[in-house]
Design a binder for this molecule. Structure first.
Ligand SMILES: Cc1ncc(COP(=O)(O)O)c(C=O)c1O
Length: 399
């Protein structure tokens, strides 16, 4: 390798290690579930987005296997160049009906759906107004756009602060289009965006709304249809992003909205235009996952029952879950070092749950992020709680 590059990489990697920001993935050696084999050890997994257990659901597995028999394993091309199979079209029709929108366009991931859609729907004459806690994939999508969006120019409002959002909108009337973008469920805090207030302000100031429902899909609304459904805002949210990688258990992301939005993104959504279509087994597995979501209420009931139980147990034991309203349950440890040490001790106790620290979250609000899901048993949660209590006692930190 080029010596200058090698030297630079070594320095940067050391910098990450020194700043406690270095990441090394643990290796999962069993199928997704509440208890998994990871790095040779059986652990309770509290860090999975497999909310409904669909990643290893028998009907979803069966559909993927049948699709391999019928279609083989690859689509062979970018969607518009000849990679669109009827199973991709069927998935989009099913998703549109699930979301109550005219149309849906699927991208290879939620991240690419953001980076494909956001820059395509705004120009240099427009402004994007963002919640300060929006997900990294929204931020990257926004940065790829030609619109005005910078915090330093006043286009980022404090988390869920509707007065500040209104102030931004008042200052934005000289732009041709105004776009408000927010997570539906915030991924590090587990709280829900005040979508009814956002939509009202958008309507008042002639703005349009995009909501990223990555963590609301399969979690909130009718059968898990997301925040627009949760707040009964059908037809009033212009662009909804959903992920197919979390509650739906497979991989992918989609944009739900009008037919003309879909038509535009087919022509101007760069990750759609220049990246190969999903393998057909992915689309078939997702159709089966949707079948389960639409017809079997049990996984969602189990998700919410685990989630409520987990929060109640934590509160009773004196932990602070930071106002979370959804299965994403942060547990406050405060100092960065305390949260990182807690992660390590929890692992020793047989619990896999990641510390989230600055700069992902604010200084002094380091936390362990936990996500109970439909695959956890009462015993898993009781064992996990006992581990949290022991770790807190050992650390003498936390709350
Ligand atoms: C809010 C949000 N949006 C988008 C994504 C990206 O979705 P995907 O994992 O499907 O690429 C994530 C993933 O963590 C997310 O949390």
């Amino acid at each position: 390798m080029n010596g200058t590059l090698q030297e630079w990489l070594s320095g940067e990697i050391q910098g990450l290690k020194d700043a406690h920001l270095y990441k090394k993935p643990r290796i999962l050696q069993s199928a997704a579930g509440g208890r998994v084999m990871m790095d040779g050890k059986s652990v309770i997994n509290l860090s999975s987005n497999n909310y409904l257990g669909l990643a290893n659901h028998p009907k979803v597995r069966e559909a993927a296997l049948a699709a391999i028999e019928k279609w083989g394993v690859g689509a062979g091309a970018v969607r518009w160049i000849g990679g669109t199979m009827s199973v991709h079209e069927e998935l989009e029709e099913r998703l549109a009906s699930f979301k109550h929108t005219e149309a849906v366009l699927v991208f290879s991931g939620g991240f690419t759906a953001n980076s494909g859609c956001i820059p395509a729907v705004v120009t240099k004459d427009d402004v994007i107004i963002s919640d300060e806690l929006n997900h990294a994939s929204i931020i990257d999508g926004v940065r790829l756009s030609a619109a005005s969006y910078r915090k330093s120019e006043g286009w980022v409002y404090e988390h869920k602060n509707m007065d500040q959002l209104e102030d931004c909108l008042k200052r934005a009337d000289h732009f041709k289009k105004r776009m408000i973008i927010t997570d539906g469920v915030f991924s590090m805090d587990g709280d829900i965006a005040p979508l009814p207030a956002i939509v009202e302000l958008a309507e008042k100031y002639d703005a349009f709304v995009m909501v990223d429902d990555a963590h609301a899909s399969g979690v909130l609304g009718k059968n898990g249809a997301g925040t627009a459904s949760h707040f009964d805002l059908y037809g009033r949210v212009d662009i909804q992003l959903g992920t197919l990688s979390k509650a739906l258990g497979v991989i992918g992301g989609y944009i739900a909205g009008s037919s003309s939005l879909k038509e535009w993104l087919i022509n101007r959504g760069r990750p759609y235009l220049f990246s190969t279509a999903h393998p057909p087994m992915v689309a078939a597995a997702l159709i089966a996952a949707l079948d389960v979501m639409e017809n079997d209420p049990e996984p969602m009931e189990r998700l919410w029952s685990s989630s409520r139980k987990w929060k109640a147990m934590l509160h009773e034991a004196g932990f602070d879950t930071m106002g979370s309203e959804t299965p994403i349950t942060p547990i406050l440890f405060g100092e960065e070092k305390a949260a990182q040490e807690a992660e390590r001790l929890l692992w020793d106790e047989g619990v896999y749950a990641l510390a989230i620290v600055y700069p992902t979250v604010g200084k002094g609000s380091a936390r362990i992020r936990t996500m109970p899901n439909a695959t956890h048993t009462e015993e898993d949660l009781a064992d996990a709680l006992a581990a949290f209590v022991r770790v807190r006692d050992r650390l003498g930190a936390g709350v």
